[in-house]
Design a protein around this ligand. Structure first.
Ligand SMILES: [Zn+2]
Length: 224
């Protein structure tokens, strides 16, 4: 695991840090860009989906976490708060989605929400940033407030066992009482950065099921 600067420090000092440490490519180290066009072009889309059970109908995984550049992109977005990385990550996710989605007109993107404590800590929801980038690329609308995360479960990354993960996340999501968008007969695409056992995505799908979408897919950047 790489060492990360403490969040508060990093957020306040971003501007100064940019001056001290110029931006350089996570792939080749060239200055000027977090990911230069050459290294971006080298990232291949993963050729796989993940087995799921209803109500989650499909999970699309855009890239392979074993690719060191992919890993660096996601870790630096989430733990070094480099929001700009949502751009290239979202573009790759959008490309993956376009291979599977034949018609966009009935699809909506729903980012997996963070618990408010986690949101306060990070200052942004990475899944929401990614959904916005995918929207920019694909024009598929983002429906941001569909779900609320009402229990502060342990971060799934801290639990190794699959059944313990399932238990940790159970009943963590509910439909936002203020949510008014009609999802009936829509293709819902849940957006998240990483999928490990798929327990979080399955819980989101379970919560959304009563709104009667036509199908529920998930699209993640990488398989953690
Ligand atoms: Zn590069």
């Amino acid at each position: 695991m790489e060492k990360f600067l403490p969040p508060a420090f990093f957020k306040n000092a971003q501007f100064i840090l940019d001056l001290i440490f110029p931006v350089s490519c996570f792939g080749c180290g060239k200055e000027g860009d977090w990911l230069c066009p050459v290294c971006f072009g080298k990232i291949t889309l993963a050729d796989r989906t993940r087995e799921t059970s209803p109500p989650l109908d499909k999970v699309l995984i855009a890239c392979d976490y074993k690719n060191q550049v992919v890993k660096k992109l996601i870790l630096n977005l989430k733990y070094n708060f480099i929001r700009d990385l949502a751009g290239p990550i979202g573009k790759l996710m959008s490309r993956k989605l376009s291979r599977y989605l034949s018609e966009n007109n009935s699809a909506v993107l729903i980012p997996v929400p963070l618990h408010k404590k986690r949101l306060r800590w990070r200052g942004f929801n990475q899944a929401e940033l990614l959904a916005n980038e995918i929207n920019r690329d694909s024009n598929i609308p983002v429906v941001g407030n569909a779900l609320i995360r009402h229990r502060h479960a342990l971060p799934q990354a801290k639990i190794n066992d699959a059944s313990a993960r399932k238990e940790n996340i159970r009943n963590s999501f509910a439909i936002n009482p203020d949510f008014r968008v009609n999802l009936k007969n829509k293709t819902v695409i849940l957006i998240d950065d990483i999928c490990t056992t798929g327990a979080t995505l399955a819980e989101c799908a379970r919560a959304l099921k009563p709104l009667q979408p036509k199908q529920i897919w998930a699209l993640v950047f990488a398989n953690g």
